[in-house]
Design a protein. Structure first.
Length: 161
């Protein structure tokens, strides 16, 4: 029994068959939903995720923020500068190691926690997904991202070998 590879190949070259485009489209849509809710709070999506890490871990080094958010310091520094200018975070060099910059959420940054949680609830409702479905989807997407990062770092790809 033969398989019609031309039909399979044609399906793989259509836009709606691309996982990358579906993920890109979903990412843009959810980011737009967050932006609508965060803008009245004076936050960008990127600033929001910085605050999430600080709320979760407390005072955090620049290095840890870079690792948690998958950002380089050249991208993170301007985000922190804008948050600091608005009084939402404070950056300080550690006295015991001047090379290490520690980032702390200020009282003004902490005051955003409740309004941000309201934005999160609205975005969750907008997805139309139940909590369990959202948790499973998030876990699958995180596992996918982890596998792709590992493949990129090692040069080893999955599949039949």
């Amino acid at each position: 029994m033969s398989t019609d590879t031309s039909a399979t190949s044609a399906a793989c070259t259509t836009l709606d068959a691309q996982l990358c485009f579906a993920l890109h489209d979903a990412s843009r849509a959810i980011a737009a939903s967050y932006r609508r809710g965060l803008a009245p709070l004076g936050l960008t999506y990127s600033q929001y995720v910085v605050l999430l890490v600080l709320w979760e871990h407390g005072p955090t080094t620049m290095g840890r923020l870079c690792r948690e958010l998958h950002l380089d310091s050249g991208t993170l520094s301007p985000l922190l500068q804008r948050l600091e200018e608005r009084g939402r975070v404070l950056r300080r060099r550690r006295p015991e190691d001047e090379r290490t910059v520690e980032v702390t959420c200020t009282a003004e940054g902490e005051a955003l926690r409740e309004p941000v949680m309201a934005v999160q609830r609205r975005v969750q409702a907008d997805t139309g997904l139940e909590i369990g479905d959202l948790s499973r989807l998030r876990a699958e997407l995180q596992a996918l991202a982890d596998r792709l990062r590992t493949a990129d770092e090692t040069g080893v790809t999955g599949g039949d070998e």
